[in-house]
Design a protein around this ligand. Sequence first.
Ligand code: ADP
Length: 451
Amino acid sequence: MFRKILIANRGEIALRILRACKELGIDTVAVHSTADADAMHVRLADESVCIGPPPARDSYLNIPSLLAACEITGADAVHPGYGFLAENARFAEILADHKIHFIGPKPEHIRIMGDKIEAKKTAQRLGIPVVPGSDGGVGSDEDAQRIAAEIGFPVLVKAAAGGGGRGMKVALTADDLSQALSTARSEAKAAFGDDAVYLEKYLSTPRHIEVQVLGDGRGAAIHLGERDCSLQRRHQKVWEEAPSPVITAAQRAEIGETVAKAMRDMKYLGVGTVEFLYENGAFYFIEMNTRIQVEHPVTEMVTGIDLINEQIRVAAGEPMTLTQADIVFEGHAIECRVNAEHPTTFRPSPGRITHYHVPGGLGIRVDSNAYQGYSIPPHYDSLVGKLIVHGKTRDECLMRLRRALDEFVVDGIDTTLPLFRTLVRTKDIAEGRYDIHWLEHFLAETVHKAG
Ligand code: ADP
């Protein structure tokens, strides 16, 4: 097992990783920018190193600074969390060159899944159902027109290097296609330095359902069920739940085994998430994330398994002790991402938290690095924390979530708590009837009514 882990991240996930390390008896090194000197995980870590000024490219993305921090402290492994360098294959290779373990998948798997065309080809080869579309990238506009006619409109133009919903354009008809291609290409070029695009059938009312996996890198792999992350704003997840309100145990077992088998064939190492769109009872692969995800706690709440603990163990080369039969799903869990943003305009609201009180009681979990008097810096994402609630049934979970949201106090800044207090009392949500467009429509309507 590792002796000392350097946590190459910040915010709630840095604290989450630190907690897993403490329980495993592993020493921790926190790294931080000058803006994060007062962060909770920095206070709780065994050692801390300042790695640079506030801009992420000068601190959390600064590989030479991170290497120096490893050398100074003698850390033998790095946990990258999510975001920043978590899906940077080059970073994993550089660490390996310095005999430091990267707590994540093999670099070649990070690379394949980071290229959406390669990822889709690999998924298809491994027997995972994909969205109908072009076989790889599209070249000329004529090729694109021919392929689009075969797939049938509407089609979606997507960037091979895509991420965060950028470089994605819908073409409703053949007339829209060349415009969609050129917009997607230039957006992709600007955002990722790569203008390769491909075509996919545009699904009109899908849900976003993803499968959690864990592999030991030697051919053992299991799934830990699904999460429904259909409630999104601008392709960003807002509310996640496990299990999905629309998936049966038989469907879970089937898609789960399909994905787990693919991971066994790949000899996948660590935790990962295979993301699908789900429409009319069918799953369509869109991408795989080769890291721990923000929404991992809902899976932990329904399985009782500490995913970060398992991730660290397999990265250290320990054989997997869990088998598929050990994964038993109990009850229902929902996560709300509480952001430092205005609840209707979503304007970022960094600043000092003057009063802070978290809800408690049975089935309540708050993953947050915030505390009374803490100042949310303006340089990074606006996540204040995650409220995760577990109940024996979805109805009990919703009831508990309602009262937990009412107990939660974060004063001094705007937060999205009022949005969740409304959502949890909305009929469609209570009945589990929503797709990936539901939240945008709901927000447009409520703002329209209010204005
Ligand atoms: P990114 O990596 O940019 O986040 P994804 O492939 O994960 O891109 O897609 C992000 C979101 O875009 C999905 O969650 C879904 O809302 C929408 N989307 C992606 N592909 C399709 C599709 N073929 N049809 C309809 N919506 C899609």
